[in-house]
Design a protein around this ligand. Structure first.
Ligand SMILES: Nc1ncnc2c1ncn2[C@@H]1O[C@H](COP(=O)(O)OP(=O)(O)OP(=O)(O)O)[C@@H](O)[C@H]1O
Ligand SMILES: [Mg+2]
Length: 278
């Protein structure tokens, strides 16, 4: 379907969600969260641990129910058909150890009944080629480094050719060198494919490097506190971005915002030690 300018590809409208703890006390995790994602946009959700980022992604993907609000993909309320049009990349690739790399990618296509076995195979090979792993197609997962396994996780999502990629800290468990490399490479690939991405992170520099828009969340309950547009030229390279005046200004603004939020819940003495005054 085609979308006009006012419509967006993905929209979260006033979503709220509470969980019950073991004593059946209700805890509001997301409170009236709204979010708009345009076709081809890279939107990061940035916030401290526990603010509800993963919960929000799982709601968008229809993995869990929500209490209030709406989630729309191409103007349709998210149901089974829309779920097929989204693909998740998790923090861990969780590859099945007894399947080859290619068979792991194909596994993610098995629910797409419209694809023949040959099409599944072709898509898996193409996705592995995009992440630079075509030569490892027949390897077992244990033969891959952590960074390579995460690339397979990305390939698995690419093979579905989704309308939206949902990525939950996909580089979060990698060492610094590998993380920086994958941020650069996967970032460039997403840009080249003009893919639409909702990306969860708590790394400010990662969010600035990759995003068109950064949605800052506060915790208890999880709410959108601010939305920043990242007006930096593309293609972006880590070291150019770091030194770019607009990136520095943005970083300062985000850090200030996060520190002000921290100052709400630490003791004044602690806040001063951390260099933030309430
Ligand atoms: N299934 C569940 N049952 C009860 N509480 C839950 C459930 N899932 C999440 N929560 C609670 O919801 C809150 C938000 O969790 P969530 O995993 O969405 O946070 P997050 O922002 O992704 O954190 P992190 O950065 O550590 O991954 C937490 O307080 C968590 O304990
Ligand atoms: Mg999380």
């Amino acid at each position: 379907m085609t979308l006009n300018d006012e419509q967006c590809l993905l929209e979260v409208r006033g979503v709220s969600k509470a969980f019950s703890d073991r004593r059946h006390n209700r805890k509001v995790v997301l409170d009236d969260v709204s979010l708009k994602v345009q076709q081809g946009e890279f939107v990061s959700i940035l916030g401290k641990s526990g603010c509800g980022k993963t919960t929000l992604l799982r709601i968008i993907d229809g993995l869990i129910e929500w209490d209030e609000g709406e989630v729309l993909l191409e103007n349709q309320s998210v149901g089974k058909a829309q779920r097929q049009r989204m693909a998740f990349v998790f923090q861990d690739s969780n590859l099945l150890p007894w399947r080859s790399v290619k068979k792991n990618v194909e596994l993610n296509l098995e629910s797409m009944k419209e694809l023949s076995p040959q099409e599944r195979s072709d898509r898996a090979i193409e996705a592995l080629r995009l992440v630079g792993l075509e030569d490892a197609a027949d390897h077992a997962p244990y033969q891959l480094s952590g960074g390579m396994q995460q690339r397979v996780g990305v390939a698995r999502a690419l093979a579905r050719q989704p309308a939206v990629f949902l990525m939950d800290e996909p580089f979060g468990h990698l060492d610094n060198f590998t993380r920086e490399r994958l941020q650069q490479e996967i970032g460039a690939l997403i840009e080249r494919l003009n893919a639409t991405v909702v990306f969860v992170t708590h790394d400010i520099d990662e969010a600035i490097l990759l995003s068109d828009k950064i949605v800052l969340m506060e915790a208890d309950p999880g709410r959108v506190s601010k939305v920043f547009n990242v007006d930096l030229p593309r293609p972006r390279w880590r070291y150019n971005v770091r030194a770019h005046p607009e990136a520095m200004r943005l970083r300062e603004e985000i850090v200030t915002d996060l520190h002000l939020k921290i100052a709400d819940w630490v003791q004044p003495e602690e806040a001063m030690l951390n260099g933030s005054e309430s």
